[in-house]
Design a protein around this ligand. Structure first.
Ligand code: AMP
Length: 270
């Protein structure tokens, strides 16, 4: 595995490859990231993993500061997987060239875009920069961050003529979706997050089979969950899988949630 930190160096290395698979991450490599890498390798793509903790997507300075980082451990994991290139750009290099600014319209200001002001503008800004550097044929992203996947598909896939491969959410045995942020949870919160994931999964499953009265009283259910688990839920909503509009329960839909536990914000969808 070649570790590259300069954009110039990366361009030189990859300019002749036509089949690049790109897996952008913020590090803290776990089995969720690894599933994306394996999907890229399965395509026989030259796989580039990037690690860049994007400062513009954090709407709270402290959240950025405490985001778990462990580049040494990440390098060991990625080497074992035979990743071709690890790209670890410097912040100043990422922002030194001019690039388009993204502004979300009102209809996209739903779910996390409503509760984390500027978050997706920051994600799109940096993904636009990374994609203009890496110029991959394929991009591998997780359904764990479903709205991110949706917005990148909407705003960037055509621009870069890139195929976006969505990969299913990888969960721990206790059903919590793997996430770098989980490292910030204490034992008690992990138990709660596990119970919440199991309960929401069951709720989605029953709704799918129409076993629950359509759209069970979600505001009520949300309040009950908040009380039972002592959490603050930003949103708990059924939405259409394709359009992210409120679901009619006829087409495929998902149950989306974001909540704060132990001062850590978790998101998931079922
Ligand atoms: P992150 O490092 O959290 O920014 O994630 C980098 C990529 O890995 C994104 O495309 C995420 O959606 C994806 N990812 C993160 N967690 C998981 C997971 N549990 N299962 C599948 N993909 C994931």
């Amino acid at each position: 595995m070649k570790i590259i930190t300069s954009i110039f160096e990366l361009n030189k290395e990859i300019k002749d490859y036509k089949n690049i698979g790109f897996v952008p991450t913020m590090g803290g490599i776990h089995l969720g990231h690894i599933s994306l890498i394996k999907a890229s390798q399965k395509r026989k793509s030259k796989t580039i993993v990037s690690i860049f903790v994007n400062p513009t997507q954090f709407n709270k300075a402290n959240d950025f500061k405490k985001y778990p980082r462990n580049i040494k451990k990440d390098i060991i994991s990625l080497k074992k997987l035979n990743v071709d290139y690890l790209f670890v750009p410097k912040t100043k290099d990422i922002f030194k060239f001019r690039a388009k600014k993204f502004v979300l319209k009102k209809k996209d200001k739903i779910l996390c875009a409503k509760f984390r002001k500027g978050h997706f503008e920051g994600v799109l800004n940096v993904m636009n920069r990374l994609m203009s550097i890496v110029k991959s044929k394929d991009l591998f992203m997780g359904e764990k961050d479903y709205q991110q996947l949706y917005l990148i598909r909407k705003f960037l896939s055509k621009k870069f003529n890139v195929r976006i491969n969505s990969c299913p959410t990888i969960r721990a045995k206790n059903k919590i979706a793997l996430s770098t942020r989980n490292k910030l949870l204490n034992k008690k919160s992990i138990k709660k997050a596990s119970d919440i994931a199991k309960l929401l999964n069951k709720t989605k499953f029953k709704s799918n089979l129409h076993l629950l009265k359509i759209n069970l009283n979600l505001p009520d259910f949300k309040q009950k969950l908040e009380k039972k688990f002592e959490i603050k839920i930003d949103y708990l909503e059924f939405r259409d899988e394709k359009s992210l509009k409120p679901t009619n329960f006829k087409n495929k839909f998902r149950l989306f949630v974001a909540y704060n536990i132990d001062n850590v914000r978790l998101i998931d969808n079922f």
